[in-house]
Design a protein around this ligand. Structure first.
Ligand code: MG
Length: 171
């Protein structure tokens, strides 16, 4: 197996990335995760549309490419990004790291939220993320978990997203 993969990929060109993001849940805002508007009485607060999943994935990609983080690319002090569609930002991140010579191999993620139930929205989120990053839907994983009512997620004060990715540097 190692020999087979090694013959296709130069291991020195492989990079892993890790991203994490948190936004507060508040009344009067939309809940948008993976570009999907989810029915809920609370939404995520933030400068952009506060899509924690898209932000965590963006940071995983930028981390793997050693290109800083989403705050460096899209500062929340910049009025151009007020209310921004985070899928568009993720698309820009994917384009940026491709320009740096990287190809996205695989992305996995976890959303920690006490409510609402997210599994009905999973495939639509994967489809949106696939389109935004220009990779196959099979290479995008999304899992959701509660925190058993523990911590800020458990008290429905906020939602956390974690993401990991593998990139390869093109020769
Ligand atoms: Mg964020």
């Amino acid at each position: 197996m190692v020999g087979l993969v090694g013959s296709i990929v130069d291991f020195k060109g492989l990079r892993t990335g890790l991203g994490m993001d948190v936004h507060a849940l508040v009344p009067g805002r939309k809940l948008i995760l993976g570009g999907v508007e989810i029915e809920h009485h609370l939404g995520l607060d933030g400068h952009s549309d506060a899509d924690v999943l898209a932000h965590a994935i963006s940071d995983a990609l930028l981390g793997a490419a050693r290109e800083g983080d989403i705050g460096k690319l899209f500062p929340d002090t910049d009025p151009r990004f007020e209310g921004a569609d985070s899928l568009v930002l993720l698309g820009n991140v994917a384009e940026h790291i491709r320009c740096c010579g990287f190809e996205i191999i695989d992305v996995d993620s976890v959303i920690a939220a006490q409510a609402p139930k997210l599994s009905p929205y999973r495939d639509k989120m994967r489809q949106n993320l696939s389109q935004a990053m220009g990779i196959d839907i099979d290479n995008i994983g999304i899992k959701a978990t509660t925190t058993e009512q523990l911590g800020y997620e458990g008290r429905s004060e906020g939602i956390t997203a974690y993401a990991s990715c593998i990139l390869v540097k093109k020769q």
